[in-house]
Design a protein around this ligand. Structure first.
Ligand code: AMP
Length: 453
């Protein structure tokens, strides 16, 4: 790519440029190249971007550049539709914020304890990322003040409106100061987004990138099936394409749960993620999917929002989505970063009002193998100790390789949470590791361990 996509063309500090290099951001993604110049000028923008396009850095670099670190007030607020997206955004911002010490980013989401959030706000933060409901709860309580906001970001704004957050957003706006920059990101542009932009933004620059990204890399297949044959067709799809990892979309929570169970009964490893799961259950599922301990995630649209899965081989529409926008969202999750991806969709006699022109593939291209099974490469082990116990990934890795005799290439991703750590291990080494950790120590301390399944 030419130099015009280099971050160095932007008015950024030396430290920021250095950090971008350190985290391997060598050139701007299309959304960054199109929006960052305006974001840095202080303009309002209305940008079409999906998760995976680099949109977080497109607004993150802007708001971090503007930040007055000496001033311990919330200066940027990022509203997200789901906890998962908020956590993802916070993670990415922390990576980008490494160019300076002491930038405090707090996440304010529902479904988790209130008190730690109060403490975090009391100790002052510069940037807040959260979901509308919990942010309102803090505003009502007086624990969050928005008087010094310089930048407001609405991330996945279309989904926030889909989820009925319009009123909440309006309420949050009533706490905002007179002047601030608004960055609105949305994968689709239905009328209500345009209306929201008009009420909220001033001379917003409109930015589109998605069409270019989409067309070059997703192979789409539509299969016409009888509803009774749907399940077997799905199995045949896995048999044929053998995806390394795949998200299967269902339209209801019950369907998602049932489908995961039916697949597991057929020796195809799958886990469901949907709104009825407790936070810890969602963590367990997501961590296993991301660390290659489960190849298939069965998801509803809401639960899948904001998941940042870097290399997704396939998306399956087990239930066909109700709108074209949702279809675009779903299939956009595969084929990221220029990689090829496959999107397969099942359409049965109940799918009547599809507002898309579909070119069906012949179902005969699918293979059938009674003995097909799909098992993950890894299995996840949980250690009852985390950041609070000052455990770091290096400590676990060191203990397992040096004292436990586990080859380092058999150890996958290690995720350290507040009170627990998740270690992905090649399935052939799970027993040995479990036995070692049951008796052995990490940093001189014994921890309980168990295998996730
Ligand atoms: P996002 O769309 O913000 O969820 O970002 C998707 C992924 O792309 C994240 O894992 C980022 O860390 C990564 N990313 C964002 N910008 C760049 C860049 N310019 N170069 C390389 N990776 C990037």
């Amino acid at each position: 790519m030419s130099d015009e996509n280099s971050f160095a063309t932007l008015p950024l500090s030396k430290e920021m440029l250095e950090n971008l290099k350190n985290i391997d951001y060598l050139k701007m993604t299309p959304i960054q190249a199109k929006s960052l110049p305006y974001v840095l000028e202080g303009r309002d923008i209305l940008a079409q971007a999906k998760t995976g396009s680099g949109k977080t850095a497109a607004f993150g670099i802007g708001l971090l550049t503007k930040l007055d670190i000496k001033k311990f007030d919330i200066q940027s607020l990022i509203l997200c539709p789901t906890r998962e997206l908020a956590e993802q955004v916070a993670l990415e911002l922390r990576k980008l914020a490494k160019f300076k010490h002491n930038i405090k980013i707090t996440t304010l989401c529902g479904g988790v304890a209130f008190k730690p959030q109060l403490n975090s706000l009391r100790h002052k933060a510069h940037i807040a990322v959260g979901t509308p409901g919990r942010i309102i709860a803090h505003l009502d309580k007086g624990s969050l003040k928005l008087d010094n906001i310089e930048t407001l970001v609405l991330d996945e704004a279309d989904r926030m409106l889909d989820m009925g957050f319009m009123e909440d957003i309006q309420k949050i706006l009533s706490y905002m100061p007179k002047k601030y920059q608004t960055l609105l990101f949305s994968a689709t542009f239905p009328d209500d987004i345009i209306t929201l932009s008009k009420t909220l933004q001033e001379n917003a620059i409109s930015i589109k990138t998605m069409d270019i990204e989409k067309t070059n890399s997703v192979k789409e297949h539509f299969f016409q099936v009888n509803s009774n044959d749907k399940f077997q067709t799905l199995v045949d799809i896995f048999t044929t394409y053998k995806p390394k990892n795949s998200i299967v979309f269902c339209n209801t929570k019950i369907q998602a749960q049932e489908l995961a169970t039916s697949l597991r009964d057929k020796n195809i490893d799958a886990l469901a993620i949907h709104g009825d799961l407790e936070q810890y259950e969602r963590n367990d599922v997501l961590i296993q999917f991301k660390n290659e301990s489960c190849p298939i995630l069965i998801a509803t649209d809401v639960a899948a929002r904001g998941l940042d899965i870097k290399e997704l081989s396939m998306v399956v529409n087990y239930d066909f989505p109700f709108t074209k926008e949702t279809y675009t969202h779903r299939i956009g999750r595969t084929a990221r970063a220029g990689k090829e991806g496959i999107a397969t969709s099942l359409i049965d006699e109940n799918d009547k009002d599809i507002d898309m022109v579909l070119k069906y593939s012949d179902i005969k291209i699918l293979k059938n193998d009674r003995n097909f099974s799909l098992q993950p490469k890894n299995i996840t082990l949980v250690i009852e100790g985390g950041k609070k116990d000052k455990l770091r990934a290096g400590d676990i890795l060191g203990s397992l390789t040096k004292d436990g005799g586990i080859p380092s290439d058999m150890i996958g991703k290690i995720d350290i949470l507040a009170k627990q750590s998740y270690v992905a291990l090649h399935r052939d080494f799970i027993e040995k590791t479990f036995r070692y950790l049951k008796n052995g120590k990490i940093k001189g301390k014994k921890f309980s361990v168990w295998v996730l399944k």
